[in-house]
Every structure is written in C-alpha cells, then in structure tokens.
Design a protein around this ligand. Sequence first.
Ligand code: FMN
Length: 194
Amino acid sequence: MDFVEMIKNRRSVYSLDKNMPVSDDKVFDLVRDCVKYVPDAFNIKSQRVVIFTGAKHKKFWDNVHNELVNFTGKNLSRERIYSFAAGYGTILYFYDMDVVENAKSQYPLYADRFNDWIMQSNGMLQFAVWTGLRALGVGANLQHYNPIINKMVQNMFDVPKSWVLVAQMPFGGIANAPGAKPDEDVMQRIKFAK
Ligand SMILES: Cc1cc2nc3c(=O)[nH]c(=O)nc-3n(C[C@H](O)[C@H](O)[C@H](O)COP(=O)(O)O)c2cc1C
C-alpha cells in the first residue's frame, strides 16, 4: 500500500472485536519494528511499550474501570470501557524517566527541551504503530487514562518505576468502520512559502 494511503486509512476505530485478520506474530513484529526504527531525540531510545492480549487485556480494562470508579467516587457506566475490552489486545506506551534524566545531564544545553522531545518521539511511535496496524487490517484507538491508572499498570505488568505511562491503545478486528472524515479546507493550515 502507498504510504499516503496508509496514513489516510488510519482512523480512531471505537467498534472493535476479537476477529483479528492477522496472527499475533504479525502484530508483535510490527510493534518491534516500530520501536526499533521510530526516531528519538539524540537517539536516546526513551520509548517503552507493553503489549498484551486475551485474559490480561480483559483484566486490564476491568482494572481501568475500577480505578476510575475509585478516583471519581461515582458508579460509572462500563459502556466505554467495554468497547475497549471488546477488542483483541492493548498496547501501552511509556517513556523511561531514567533515560530522560540521563540525557538531560549528558546534554545540559538542551536539558529543558527533552520533556517535549520525548513526548514527540512517543507520539511518532504511537502514530507508526496505529498506522501500521490499520495497514494490517487491524483497528485501534488512543486513550489516556494516565495518570489515574499509573500505579495499577506498574503493579499489573511489573514495569520499572522509571517507566512513565503516556497512552493506551486498544486494538482488534474492525467491527464497524468510522464514517468519512468531515471535509476541511486544509489549506487554512498550510502555507506553501514559495
Ligand atoms: C495526542 C492525541 C491524543 C488523543 N487522545 C484521545 C483520547 O484520550 N481518547 C480518544 O478517544 N481519542 C483520542 N485521540 C484520538 C483523536 O480524537 C482522533 O485521532 C481525532 O479525532 C481524529 O480522528 P481519527 O483518529 O479517526 O482520524 C487522541 C489523538 C491524539 C493524536
């Protein structure tokens, strides 16, 4: 598929199911390649990922719901959380604070820039995986229940304390594709400076 077609096809798919069009290996290979080849500032390799499917996936979204109920003190509807649990798996994105702190002391001239750069490179990784999943026929969306769920995630996956959660990406078969994007005069946002 043409690169721009891949970018056009990536969408927030909220209607996910467990009917995966590809094997787990294909998804793991994609994640591994993206982590390996997506750039980072000064090549510090700050991005971290946890990927899981099956019972862990269900347990994770149950836990997210419980954390939200505890945090808000409200008996929240499970509808949205169920839509994520209905998918096949989840990818968690982190950055490693130890790596970032090390970079700040190694490159003091740029120390105040690294907090922005690590988020930018994390976004690049998220976009690459999201787009790559869709190219495999797999739907995904992007969620941000951090920091409310950070402690739960650390306990559930036993990740180092220095790993800071940035985003959660449930993925799975596409039960219902999203509608077409609304038309936009995109030239309002672009200046071709000739
Ligand atoms: C940095 C970033 C944060 C986002 N956070 C959320 C989120 O917390 N929950 C959610 O449902 N969608 C989230 N989205 C998805 C956007 O709402 C979505 O990408 C946008 O509306 C365009 O729709 P599309 O993904 O179908 O092209 C996020 C997207 C980006 C790039």
